[in-house]
Design a protein. Structure first.
Length: 271
């Protein structure tokens, strides 16, 4: 993402101005209790909680997304560090990445208890992880790299030989992503990759503070394309559009009468 793009999260309307000090004391008092042994199980209680949803895709059954799910492979991988509250939101787009890319890893973030599997993967020499975050603060400027570093990681003639690039995407609101970035010491040694793109968001389910603020799935799709995984990026983009259109229609209590162009492309891939 570029310096105007919100860190991967789908609640752009909740964003705050970035700061180097992380959250304030009032925010810290609302930190969920740490239990890294299992994912959150709190039921979704916000507006729309009474709608009958598909148990697989979580969309209203009126416009179920399951017929359009397509899995693809990519050399680059995505690891999501997700704020606990994001798991409860049906409008979260991070899960779309895992639907399309089976190699995706999703970790719930807790300030006091890092996920042990994440720590193991970060120590695995097969991977070249990059934290996706804006290059808007000077204190980590020495860690900022461009997309060429991703291509170098794949080159057997450079560094320690060919490795699998990994995009570590912080999945939450701007404030939540900032907290994850600032309060996770295991991320401090990793290169920071800002997403540079002219793309404007097509996400309609939450109001962004700016059209340059991309949601999580859009960030991943752009990164995959730039890393050379164009097919994976295109499929994820189509799946995101199908999700966006299906959910938007369901909010209006309307059934889509025909597949959209993105849905048609996904159906064609399914054969």
């Amino acid at each position: 993402m570029n310096d105007t793009t919100e860190p991967a999260g789908d609640s752009a309307g909740s964003s705050t101005s970035p700061s180097t000090s992380g959250c304030d004391a009032s925010e810290a008092s609302h930190e969920p209790s740490a239990d890294a042994s299992r994912p959150p199980s709190k039921p979704f209680k916000a507006r729309g909680s009474t709608i009958t949803r598909c148990e697989t895709c979580r969309l209203p059954v009126l416009n179920c997304l399951c017929p359009y799910r397509v899995e693809v492979e990519s050399l680059a991988r995505c690891w999501l560090i997700t704020h606990p509250l994001e798991h409860f939101k049906p409008t979260n787009t991070g899960r779309l990445i895992a639907d399309v890319l089976p190699s995706t890893e999703v970790f719930t973030w807790y300030r006091t208890e890092p996920d042990e599997r994440l720590l193991e993967l970060l120590a695995d020499e097969r991977f070249a992880p990059f934290v996706i975050f804006p290059d808007d603060q000077p204190d980590y400027a020495d860690r900022v790299v461009g997309i060429e570093a991703v291509h170098d990681a794949k080159d057997p003639a450079t560094g320690t030989g060919a490795r699998m690039p990994v995009f570590i995407i912080l999945d939450g609101t701007w404030r939540q992503a900032r907290r994850i970035f600032r309060r996770s010491q295991y991320l401090d040694r990793l290169p920071v990759l800002p997403l540079s793109t002219e793309r404007e968001t097509r996400y309609r389910l939450r109001k962004p503070a700016s059209s340059a603020h991309l949601c999580t799935a859009e960030v991943a799709a752009e990164l995959l394309r730039q890393a050379g995984d164009a097919e994976a990026g295109d499929v994820l983009d189509d799946y995101f559009d199908a999700f966006n259109d299906s959910y938007d229609a369901s909010r209006r209590h309307s059934r889509l009468q025909a597949p959209t162009p993105a849905m048609e492309r996904l159906l064609a891939r399914r054969g």
